[in-house]
Design a protein around this ligand. Sequence first.
Ligand code: UGA
Length: 460
Amino acid sequence: MKIIVVGAGYLGLVTGACLAKKGHQITIVERDQKKIAALQEGRIPFYEPGLNQYVIDGIKKNFITFSQDLAQTLHKQNDEIIFSCVGTPSLPNGDADMTAVWSVMTTIGKHLMHDALVINKSTVPIGTARKTKKLLDDLIAKRTNPISINVASNPEFLREGSAIHDFMESDRVVCGIESEEAREILLKLYRPFVKKEEHILEMNFESAELTKYAANAMLATRISFINELSRLADAAHADIKHIQKGIGLDSRIGPDFLNPGVGYGGSCFPKDIDALVATGTAYKEEMSLVRQVKIINEQQKQSFIDSIFNYYGDDILHKTIGIWGLSFKPNTDDIRCAPSLDLINALIDEDIKIVAYDPAAMMHIKNLYKDKVKFVKHRQDLLPQVDALVIMTEWQEFIDTNPEDFTCIKDRLIFDGRNCFDPIELQMHNLTYFCVGRNVYSPKWHEKSIQKRVEYLEQL
Ligand code: UGA
């Protein structure tokens, strides 16, 4: 099929590149000429494993071309599908900024020359597809060349770091559609990307839009649930890993998204949680559980930072803190809402020296904090320079580190926000190791928490 993808951001590029892989003819429309020039040379402006090669292959085979002007492209070409993949960043009040979406839809309404299916893939407020349909119908009614435009809402569920896999082997495709033509086109388009045709789900516009928020809110809820429980596990001298397993093997619960940590981050969960709460407020349906998910996430980030400050007391002012992992999760260079930022801010506020390492995200942190953070090229280089190491992201190269390497850390102290190591093994290397919900093995933790425990047991 001939397809236009508007927006060469994360979503647009993954969508365009994956569709091109299946032999579709893709025109990616992007206003930023510099970005197009870089893409034509195969340079992707962010880190996403595998995407580079997909884009290069698509360009070489002539399945991917670029355009800077949507109106012109609509005049020149006769594409069957137009995907809108433009950004919808959060406004200060939590609502999505829809400027780019409405600009695209207006241009389509004014300049599209033939029948087509307009699909919104960006994360947008509930009601967007219905409003889009009306906007397009109104614009077309004013024109002399009547055409028929179908609209669909087709949210994405891609995870940064595994977006190619998530698109090429989708566990489900959600289609908000209200016409037979849209249905047929979407089935034809997505059949090769799912194991079973039943995994292409049809629903009305609003259900599709709400499914997107519901999926992210559900995942964030699981994370906040296990994070809150990890704090109780520590207080109650239990091991969260055992609890994770104990509940995860229940097929009704499942094991995924139950890893405790330093709180979720990224460009999606925080933004979508805010948007869902705002939508609830607009409909006068209080999203109290979802609201709490965000509060717990903030508490989790703070509680981890507090544990570092509390350990050292005033001595922290003379310490150098090492940070491994700056991106919000492994396999991405994305630092949006990364918990590492909260830690860096807290340390900088107290003028504490920071040395940091990340396999992909150092440049972004450097741009943000300039010389307030010192960087090293290799993860091992950091260890002898710091008094304590804090692990904020579970990159595989961190997990693969030999515990013996940590013995050169001056205070032999590690705060692991992602439970990358076996606490008992690290203790055997004479390291003081604090992690999340597994501090039951730490003698230092026992010292700190013993009073609480005695009080609790006395009440029994
Ligand atoms: C998330 C969703 O997983 C995707 O399905 C969705 O398409 C995407 O948002 C989006 O809306 O565009 P992403 O933000 O890339 O994807 O990252 P996740 O892998 O979901 O991780 C989000 C955060 O949760 C990370 O900070 C991660 O470290 C944290 N997390 C994840 C945990 O703390 N514990 C877990 O068990 C899993």
